[in-house]
Design a protein around this ligand. Structure first.
Ligand code: GLY
Ligand code: MN
Ligand code: MN
Length: 438
């Protein structure tokens, strides 16, 4: 943080699903990273220098929602100020309705750092809710009241830009404690892939396959999925963030692409496997699969501190372009095409696309390596390639000397996948009564 500055972080809004049902609350990852607090209607102030007010010294302040017997009866326990002090080890904690009267002069700071506000913050008419906290902050800090804000016109010391880089620097390098949670999230997700490889049978629905993964996540006490699960058979695998997962009966002739990540104590994995529904890759599927594998393996083996994200991405793209040209799917390796339309790598952590710098790899970064080839029906190539979609996505930790593959519990090689798919699954015995089609 710059000298004589204060950083202000708000909790995430509560978001409405429909009528009187809200989405399951998810804390803002920066707020969670800095506090560990998982409840809404809170604000945190972090000061660069120690502050003295009324004889008390502090370098951070947190305002949280108070305990409330009736509210807790309906929606669960709250920590309250005392709980935050004892559980999260934060000293200066106040009820959120005290923020209004808190004597703080934002004009005395050279910089007031904050993120600009979401426009979906509902006024719940409860004193000290997020709507109030933001309103009071705006008033105290001299933030213009109109909705469309011209950043240039903000008061001189208001800075909505700099936190982004500060949080990229912090969150992109994982601490030992974060690595414990991330390793676990990745292991859980890889085990989900293993169980599905054993359980996969033609005729299953995409949703059923999703359910097996998510059952494994829950079995290991993962609270959520880190992002909506992607389970796409055949052509559906070509839709990069396909989340409908609607196909009622998957076809023995197709591949199924499964991109899922368990979120464990806030940290999310991001692991993709693509497998043949009938347990055996066809000649064309194997050619594409092995090419994606080759690209992934080469990019992964290149990972070590000092190598750049751009370098590993370029290598992965070059290998796929050359391979596609050799297979006759494109004319030359220089052709422009949309068969590999996404990046190779991103950080994972509290977000699936986590904060972190994307220039040079550094020790204790955790990133994905995820090349893919997607050939939708109707593509300008021999129809024998149509509907083949393959992504292989693994999570690696950058170490001092190279990398560690965290998702190695789930096989990646085509032969290993075929072998594992021949194993029996406990789910073969899970037979439910037939219901009439409606
Ligand atoms: N699951 C989203 C991604 O792979 O980036
Ligand atoms: Mn990813
Ligand atoms: Mn993914």
């Amino acid at each position: 943080m710059p000298d004589n500055s204060v950083a202000v972080f708000f909790s995430n809004p509560v978001r409405n699903r429909s009528n009187d049902v809200d989405y399951v609350y998810h804390q803002d990852p920066d707020f969670y990273y800095l506090t560990g607090h998982r409840e809404p209607h809170a604000v945190m102030l972090i000061f660069k220098e120690w502050q003295t007010v009324d004889g008390k010294q502090y370098d951070e302040l947190v305002f949280v929602q108070p305990r409330d017997v009736m509210a807790e009866l309906w929606t669960g326990r709250r920590l309250g100020t005392e709980g935050v002090k004892s559980t999260l080890q934060i000293d200066q904690v106040f009820n959120n309705h005290e923020f209004d009267n808190f004597n703080i002069d934002f004009s005395q700071f050279d910089k007031v750092l904050f993120y600009n506000f979401y426009d979906d913050v509902r006024n719940t008419a409860v004193q000290g809710d997020l709507y109030d906290l933001i309103s009071w902050f705006k008033e105290k800090a001299g933030y213009p009241s109109q909705t469309a804000i011209d950043i240039e016109a903000l008061a001189q010391n208001l800075d909505t830009q700099s936190l982004e880089q500060i949080m990229h620097d912090l969150r992109g390098i994982k601490t030992p404690e974060e690595l414990i949670l991330l390793r676990k999230a990745v292991k859980i997700s890889a085990i989900g892939q293993v169980e599905v490889m054993k359980a996969m049978r033609p005729g299953m629905s995409e949703r059923e396959v999703q359910g097996i993964h998510e059952f494994v996540f829950k079995k290991y006490q993962a609270e959520y999925e880190g992002y909506p699960s992607i389970v796409g058979a055949g052509h559906n695998g070509c839709i990069l963030h396909y989340v409908d997962n609607y196909k009622p009966s998957i076809d023995s002739e197709e591949l199924i692409l499964m991109d899922l990540g368990a979120e464990y104590h806030g940290y999310t994995a991001d692991v993709t496997r693509t497998i043949p529904i009938d347990g055996k890759f066809s000649k064309e599927e194997k050619a594409i699969y092995d090419l994606v594998y080759k690209s992934q393996e080469a990019a992964m083996q290149m990972c070590k501190p000092g190598v750049t994200f751009d370098e590993i991405t370029l290598l992965s793209k070059d290998i796929i372009n050359e391979g596609l040209a050799e297979l006759g799917i494109i004319e030359t390796a220089e052709d422009q095409h949309l068969y590999y339309p996404h990046g190779l790598s991103h950080h994972i952590g509290l977000d699936v696309h986590d904060k972190g710098n994307k220039d040079e790899l550094q020790p204790n970064m955790v990133i994905t390596i995820e090349p893919g080839i997607y050939i939708p029906e109707g593509s300008d190539c021999d129809p024998k390639w149509w509907k083949i979609a393959v992504r292989i996505e693994d999570d690696i930790l950058i170490t001092d000397g190279g990398f560690e593959l965290l998702s190695d519990l789930a096989p990646r090689k085509s032969e290993e996948i075929e072998k594992l798919m021949m194993e029996k699954s406990i789910l073969d015995q899970f037979i439910l009564p037939d219901l009439e089609e409606e």
